[in-house]
Design a binder for this molecule. Structure first.
Ligand SMILES: Nc1ncnc2c1ncn2[C@@H]1O[C@H](COP(=O)(O)OP(=O)(O)O)[C@@H](O)[C@H]1O
Ligand SMILES: [Mg+2]
Length: 316
């Protein structure tokens, strides 16, 4: 790594340089010695050929030691392609392209977590609308939740009271090329969930989100309110396992509190910082920057080891 004696360079991939999370992450990384640039991923050009690939911005190659992708839902495909190209350069990437892809697909995330025995609500993916009734029975009957496997901010998430209503929604989603999920409704948790913020395999902050009024979805973007909450040991373990299962350095793990214990609802790979820093007064962006430093130091150590002359390598 050529930049050993220079400030390490961090590129924050974000479409919104003025967004709270982007600003906070950039500021905290700068504070501990990173040279930070915020670049809109959609303004980057990738060139690949037999000698590999390169990334350009305004005609100039982009070089950096690390990237922090903040890829919005609407640009997942394009953003992930950019992240993948940075991975090829050997840069440290928080989060990896695979992590982002897995977290964006609720079905894939549920499948992977179920396989690793991370508790999730009973979830059915329905391939043909005629099977909706059977799926509803399998998740425990109505009321149940119908949602699209891709979706965010609570849009595309419905609490349904009848099989008829479920069938209608599934039909409409299939018709639009969406993949519908029928999910067990965790009534005990109506209108609230827990967001655990995991950085580098540790929960650094956590909050309870409460829905606004009669709303059953507790998304911050739907006017939900947030409060700091202290997690149980079990909740911490599950949050860390969920992030690890999806391969995320940085994750917002959403859990419902059911009578049979915590269930992971979804894992966000670009979790917002405003709600959690406001609710907890934890410097979450600072924790991310620290983790970035730890990753960078590990890479440097490895580099130093592989380039020493074999005089004093292989300790222990
Ligand atoms: N199975 C469920 N049982 C109870 N509440 C749920 C269930 N699924 C979703 N919710 C509520 O709806 C919100 C949005 O659902 P979620 O699956 O996280 O979709 P999104 O990705 O749009 O945030 C959750 O934060 C939770 O409050
Ligand atoms: Mg959610």
């Amino acid at each position: 790594m050529a930049a050993q004696f220079m400030e390490p360079r961090l590129v924050v991939l974000s479409r919104g340089p003025e967004l709270y999370s982007t600003r906070r992450l950039a500021t905290e990384a700068e504070k501990i010695g990173w040279a930070v640039r915020i670049i809109d991923p959609l303004t980057l050009t990738i060139v690949v050929g037999e000698k590999g690939g390169r990334i350009f911005h305004g005609g100039w190659p982009v070089e950096c030691e690390a990237i922090l992708p903040r890829i919005g839902y609407s640009i997942t495909r394009r953003g992930v392609a950019i992240v993948r190209q940075f991975e090829q350069t050997g840069a440290i990437v928080l989060n990896s392209s695979y992590g982002i892809v897995r977290s964006r697909d609720k079905l894939m995330a549920c499948q992977m977590m179920a396989e690793r025995r991370v508790p999730v609500p009973i979830t059915a993916h329905v391939g043909a609308w005629e099977d909706t009734g059977r799926a509803v029975s399998r998740v425990g009957g109505t009321p149940c939740v119908v949602k699209s496997t891709e979706g965010t901010h609570g849009s595309g998430v419905f609490l349904v009271r009848s099989e008829q209503q479920a069938r209608q929604l599934v039909y409409q989603m299939l018709e639009r090329g969406m993949r519908p999920l029928v999910q067990e409704y965790i009534e005990e948790s109506h209108g609230q969930d827990i967001r655990a913020f995991v950085v580098g395999g540790e929960v650094v902050a956590s909050m309870r989100r409460k829905a606004h009024g009669n709303e059953f979805r507790s998304n911050f973007h739907l006017g939900g309110s947030v409060n700091e909450v202290k997690l149980t040991q079990r909740q911490r373990e599950i949050a860390v396992q969920a992030a690890e299962t999806l391969g995320l350095d940085l994750a917002g793990v959403d859990m419902l509190e059911s009578v049979r214990g915590p269930l992971v609802l979804e894992v966000n790979s670009s979790p917002g910082l405003e709600g959690i820093e406001g609710a907890t007064s934890v410097n979450v962006a600072g924790k991310v920057a620290k983790h970035l430093n730890a990753r960078f130091e590990a890479v440097q150590e490895e580099y130093a080891l592989s380039h020493s002359d074999g005089l004093d390598t292989e300790s222990g």
